[in-house]
Design a protein around this ligand. Structure first.
Ligand code: DX5
Ligand code: ZN
Length: 212
């Protein structure tokens, strides 16, 4: 298995000090910046869109991992690629009626492409498409808010994907901390997103170490 990569979720940062927060994550050893886009429709919460990501990109020295929690993701794929996303992940649930078309729109951007599933959604529908994906994101909380409790039962989907022979990136998002990260890695995850645990830490570099 490749080494575990860590993607601090900017959702938990101090947005009034965005530039310093990006630098803090990078200095602490972050591999990617995880950027949560919420539209107030697919999830009952609203964050930010392309203009903010464009500014984040100007200050970032590591890849931007953009997690789209939005309806009609295909319509937005190119817009997020244009402002500097390196990895673009959309939710299966937001695209199940036109999945192939949506995947094609994301692949056409040239970004690495991930597909996310919320806790109630199985990974079986992704199986025929795995060869076309760079990443699967198994949500370990219901998408929409930081600071929720980790749902260990969702890890059966991580084991399932590895049992099927999936060797691509397998990301976990939600409730990750020093304790729950152990379970994620045992199950086969190799990209860990952590928001409140890392940005809430006094010393992020020390907090990242047990995740790696
Ligand atoms: C939740 C977001 C997560 C969130 C994780 O919908 O996708 O990336 O920031 O936050 P924590 O690590 O606090 O659960
Ligand atoms: Zn996320």
């Amino acid at each position: 298995m490749p080494p575990v990569r860590i993607a601090p979720s900017l959702l938990a940062c101090d947005f009034s000090r965005l530039e310093q927060e990006l630098a803090r994550a990078e200095a602490a050893g972050a591999d990617w910046h995880h950027v949560d886009v919420m539209d107030g429709h697919f999830v009952p919460n609203l964050t930010f869109g392309p203009p903010i990501i464009k500014d984040i990109k100007r200050r970032a020295n590591i890849p931007l991992d953009v997690h789209l929690m939005i309806e009609n993701p295909a319509e937005w794929a190119q817009k997020y690629a244009d402002v500097g996303a390196d990895i673009l992940t959309f939710h299966y649930e937001a695209a199940q009626d036109n999945f192939e078309e949506t995947l094609a729109a994301f692949k056409a951007t040239g970004c690495r492409v991930g597909v996310a599933v919320n806790p109630p959604c199985g990974v079986e529908p992704l199986r025929p498409h795995l060869a076309e994906l760079d990443m699967v994101l198994v949500m370990t909380v219901h998408a929409g808010f930081g600071g929720q409790s980790f749902m260990p039962e969702t890890l059966s989907k991580v084991r399932q994907l590895r049992d099927w022979g999936w060797t691509g990136d397998l990301q976990i998002d939600g409730g990750v901390n020093a304790q729950t990260s152990v379970l994620c890695k045992e199950a086969g995850a190799d990209v860990l997103v952590a928001g409140s645990y890392l940005f809430g830490a006094e010393n992020m570099a020390e907090a990242i170490l047990p995740l790696k």
